[in-house]
Every structure is written in C-alpha cells, then in structure tokens.
Design a protein around this ligand. Sequence first.
Ligand code: S3P
Length: 426
Amino acid sequence: MVMDITVKKAESLKGEIEIPADKSITHRAFMFSALTKGKVKIANFSKGADCMSTLKIIQMLGCSVDYLNEKELFINAKNALKEPGSPLDCGNSGTTTRLMTGLLAGQNFNTELFGDESLSKRPMKRVISPLEMMGAKFDHSDYKLPVKIYGTNLKGIDYNSHLASAQVKSCLLLAGLNADGVTSFTEPYKSRNHTELMFEYMGADIKIEDNKVSVQKSQLQPVDITVAGDISSAAFFIAAALIVPGADILIKNVGINETRSGIIDVVKAMNGDIEILNERLISNEKVADIRVRYSKLNSTVIEGEIIPRLIDEIPVIAVMAALADGTTVIKDAGDLRNKEADRITAVRNELSKLGADIQEMPDGLIITGKKHLEGGSCVECYHDHRIAMSEYVAGLVCKSPITINEFQWVDISFPEFLKLMSSVCH
Ligand code: S3P
C-alpha cells in the first residue's frame, strides 16, 4: 500500500528505545540454520521484508518454521535441503540473492532465483564469476536476475576480490562449506564479518588472517542464536539525536561489531556526543547501549578502510554533514550506486530539494553544512528504505514540513521505524 507521509520539525527528541534485530545477522541466522540438519532456536530476528524473503526461501528448501512467540522461532532443518517446487523469490533483498547463490551452487539439485524490479537490475557478476571458477554452473542474461543455478560439485579457490563486500565474501564462504579443498577470500579492506563470527559459533572449519578468510568443507552445528540490534537502524536515531536541538536518547541493544561501527567513529570525528555503555557479547557479536545527545557537529573526511564499515549509513551521515560546520567529503564509495537505488544520486537530488548544499562525485559526495534546512518540499525515496529514513531524519530539522512519497519502503528493513520514532520524538 502506497504511504506518503509528512514530517514536521521536531520540538524534542528524548527517551529510551530498543532497536530491532540486525538484518545482516538475521539473514545469516536463517540461512545457516538451514544447513545444520538440526533444530535451531533464533531469538530477536528482524521482521523486515528482506529477512522474510530469506525465511520463505529456506522453507521452500525443506525447513519448517515454528514461532514460539513474537520474538522467537525454531527452524527445523532435518529435512533440508531439498529441491524446491518453484523458483525462489528474493524480493528486494541483495543479501538473500548473493548469499543464496553461494549456498545453492554446490547442492545436488537445481534452483532459480528471481526478485523485484530493483533487484533484477543489480549486478550478480561479482558472485557468479568467482563461483564459476569453483565449477558452479548458471544460466542468466547479462549477469542479472533471474538466475538458474545448476547444483554441482565445487572445488575451493583462492580468490582476491577488488571489492570489499560482505555479500561476495559470504557467498564464497557458503559455497566453500560444501566444496572440495580450501576456499579463501581476500578483500582490500575488511567488510562486515558476521558470516565469519557465526561460522565460528556454529563450528565451521574457518581461519582468519587480516583481510583473508579461509574455509574448508564443514557441517554447521545447530546452536541457538540471539540476534543483536541493528546499528544500521540505530543510525537514524543517532543522527536525529545529534541534529535535533536538546535531544538526548538511549538506544538499547545495538550491535557494535567493529566491522559495522564506522558511524560511531564518524560521529566522534564530527564532535558528536556519543557514549557506548554496557558492552557485552551475544552469540559471538558485541552489543552495547548507546547514548547520544544533541551536538554542534563539524565536518569530516570519510574515505578508504572506513567505507565498508559504514556503507549503509552514508545517506544518513550525509544528513548530519548537511548541518555540520564546514565541508564534509565522502569518497571511495562508488559501490553505493549499486545498492537498492543509486544512493549517491538519490542523496544529492533529494537533500538538495530540502535546501542542502551537496555535490555529487563519481565515488561520493561533497557536502557543505548549513545552519538549517528549508524543507517545504516533496521528496522521493527511489524505492529505497534507507533513503526514505534518511529523508525523515532531515525532515525533523527542516523549517517547513516535508512530504516523503512511498514511505512504505521502510518495511524492507525497519517496519517498526515510525512507531519507535514517534515514541521519542515530539
Ligand atoms: C550486507 C553487505 C553490504 C550491505 C548490505 C548488507 C550483508 O553489501 O550494503 O546492506 O549483509 O552482507 P556489500 O557486501 O555488497 O557491500
């Protein structure tokens, strides 16, 4: 259902929220459970549409899913994996598509993956080419969905990736679980390492040296998983608290794995008031509560190794930069053009409509901060959940109300967004 919303300037942003489960970790919890041949209890999973695409697919591959309550479910993989009766719908989810391609390439049956209009435009060569080196067989047109996967025996390779991408890495590691010999993946900078941490947690034969990960054929063990809160969802609340005058919020249960926490480093570099409290470990992932208060932000430079550590937060960091003192430069982020939308163009176009001073570069953005944004305009979200939520945050500090068209796209990762925002923001 189409939902256009209006966002007004916030009077106050105060209180405490608990952030819902991490999307990346939930995908992995669902998929890896499907490989255990046993029964796994998963607590605090993401209810976003992307993770639901993964859950439906593993059911089609023979897993049964039983909900204990709203926050916990069992995945029973005793009869998995088996050939599905029809093609598998990845919806809007790049992570489902790329990881599933690796998981399915070495099975002894054939499958077909398809997705929505946006997903059908996104590049698959980054996973198809290395998997072909492992012996995998596919049918596709120009490396786009739909992709047919002809399950076959795979052999390990030592792959050097020019991209720092957790989707490509995880795809190859999943293929490697079922391949002869050793499968290694080396990347220029370290991308999110949830796959590595969960493989260790579930007993896979995995070795990590700097930016190189190697895996040998292994059977994942059925161990219960609790999913940490999503720092990429928390990012919208962190940014909002930094820019709404007088704001002070506590965001509980946020995953702070250092391969994801680049936004915390950027907030500190911008002079933001952020405190990391009550650090603990949940299912091999670091979690904390985060307190954020309104701050006079200054500009910064964001480039190089930090990019994969905050790749999904760049749209909302751009909002912070639009209100910071000075000129912020974001570079080395060209892969942002291959996300749910071209996020570089989307951010430039739509924040400009709100009055931001923002220039587009081939691999990033140059943003000169202003004291306030005018607003009073209507923005598009490009069918992209993170663009929609970044616009919402910008709307909280615009002089005049803004309209965001098709805000329903937030359901892809964060269906609870509006409810949580209205619980702290007035
Ligand atoms: C993800 C990896 C990132 C990220 C995406 C989720 C994952 O993509 O942008 O939202 O869960 O592995 P890339 O690996 O393509 O950078």
